[in-house]
Design a protein around this ligand. Structure first.
Ligand SMILES: NC(=O)c1ccc[n+]([C@@H]2O[C@H](COP(=O)([O-])OP(=O)(O)OC[C@H]3O[C@@H](n4cnc5c(N)ncnc54)[C@H](OP(=O)(O)O)[C@@H]3O)[C@@H](O)[C@H]2O)c1
Length: 399
């Protein structure tokens, strides 16, 4: 690191202390890729806390490799094994563990890679405690964006990992806010992009989990198949970039090489292109504002062939419109959309409902909700209410 003495102009080299990191959701797709990035630069990063849901085997391997001082596991009955096998490790369980990990005194950076609404409280508490947050969990900004952004400054203490938002963040750095006409978010279209609408009632979880481009966790893979993922990303972008909903456009781009686009008022477009590899946006966020290391996975433009863009078929995939409607209504409605979606997605994965019943359940729950103003207590209550209501709807559904 170079530091300049302003009185003399002398440049001195100073060794940097490692960034102390908590990885919340360390056993998942994003969590393991984040640890892969960290492992390559042990002089820069030190893992001090790891939190998982139930994959205690992988968590134990990670503990042995990274030697954190704290570990969290969602399931309380798995804590005994961690304590027995790692004597100096501090262990906590349940939701509280995520909050403790994200706010430990020594933590500089919390990577929020847990899935679902479980990301909200640790993200909020980390920001309130003055930590930097690298945020992969999109449900957090969907459910509590208004609240979170009261404590977050993009680029200062909040860095997006979601690839589209990481792309837009980089593009926006070179542009005056008044110049932007539209933000473009791309999506592959998911595994059913070319399937006729009629077959969607019969698709299986295994078929829906087969994403054409990315290898991701189960929940986001189903969100990608229903296009709810794009809806969540529109709300995420609205909060992150303080952008009006009408100025965010979703484009289906099957090649998945352009991740974010900006249309300027003068009619020109800027695009962010790369190989689809989450390690790129993870690396950018972990190193920001420093220059990230050279990428191992480079895009060869001459091998690209065509780049296509299509409109979303909203009739076939109604989830995007539901997400936009929830954001237009605002207040506690997006948290209800998110909770109903989470419940419906897991019900589909467990073969309790069909693929096309996912949006129907979300719509029914949203229609029954009386919106409340945004406070943490109201959001937690609305999340709870929406989950109960969704479960009732799921029980009443006949397949
Ligand atoms: N995967 C991607 O490429 C990608 C891209 C952009 C954004 N995202 C977002 O990043 C987040 C993570 O996605 P993912 O694909 O990595 O999901 P994933 O593979 O399912 O991993 C989820 C992680 O969260 C942990 N977890 C789940 N519930 C928990 C709980 N109650 N308490 C503590 N830990 C819990 C899981 O632990 P166990 O496995 O031990 O149960 C796992 O470590 C999501 O919000 C997703 O939308 C993902």
């Amino acid at each position: 690191v170079k530091t300049v003495d302003t009185s003399t102009g002398d440049v001195e080299l100073e060794s940097k202390k490692p960034v102390k990191v908590a990885v919340i959701g360390c056993t998942g797709s994003i969590g393991t890729q984040a640890l892969e990035v960290i492992e390559k630069d042990k002089s820069r990063f030190e893992v001090v806390a790891l939190c998982a849901g139930q994959n205690v085997d992988l968590l134990e391997k990670q503990i042995s490799k990274f030697r954190p001082r704290f570990a969290g596991i969602a399931q309380p009955d798995l804590a005994g094994r961690l304590k027995k096998n790692h004597d100096r490790l501090e262990v906590a369980t349940g939701q509280k563990a995520l909050e403790i990990a994200a706010t430990l005194d020594e933590v500089d950076l919390a990577i929020i890679a847990v899935v679902g609404f479980a990301g909200v409280v640790p993200t909020l508490k980390a920001l309130q405690a003055g930590k930097k947050v690298a945020l992969a969990n999109k449900e957090t900004l969907v459910a509590a964006g208004e609240l979170i952004m009261q404590y977050a400054h993009l680029g200062r203490n909040l860095l997006p990992i979601d690839s589209e938002h990481s792309a837009l963040f980089q593009l926006l750095k070179g542009v005056c806010p008044g110049e932007v006409n539209l933000l473009g978010i791309t999506g592959s279209g998911g595994p059913f992009r070319n399937a006729p609408k009629e077959v969607l009632s019969y698709v299986t979880p295994q078929e829906a989990l087969k994403h054409p481009t990315w290898n991701m966790g189960a929940k986001i893979s189903i969100d990608s198949a229903t296009l709810m993922n794009k809806g969540l990303e529109v709300i995420e972008a609205m909060h992150l970039f303080s952008m009006d909903l009408s100025k965010i456009r979703v484009l289906i781009h099957p090649q998945s090489r352009i991740h974010g686009l900006i249309e300027l008022n003068n009619g020109s477009w800027l695009a962010h292109m790369s190989e689809p590899d989450m390690r790129l946006s993870i690396t950018d966020s972990l190193y920001y504002p420093d220059v990230p290391p050279r990428s191992i996975n480079r895009l060869d433009l001459t091998e690209l062939g065509k780049l296509e863009f299509f409109e979303v078929d909203n009739d076939k995939f109604p989830c995007l419109d539901l997400a936009i409607k929830s954001a237009e209504i605002g207040q506690s409605m997006p948290v209800v959309l998110n909770a109903a979606n989470e419940e419906a997605v897991y019900a589909f994965l467990y073969n309790k409902i069909s693929f096309t019943q996912i949006p129907r359940i979300i719509e029914r729950v949203m229609n029954d909700h009386q919106v409340q103003e945004v406070t943490l207590d109201n959001l937690l209550a609305a999340d709870n209410w929406a989950r109960k209501k969704s479960k009732e709807c799921i029980m009443s559904v006949e397949r």
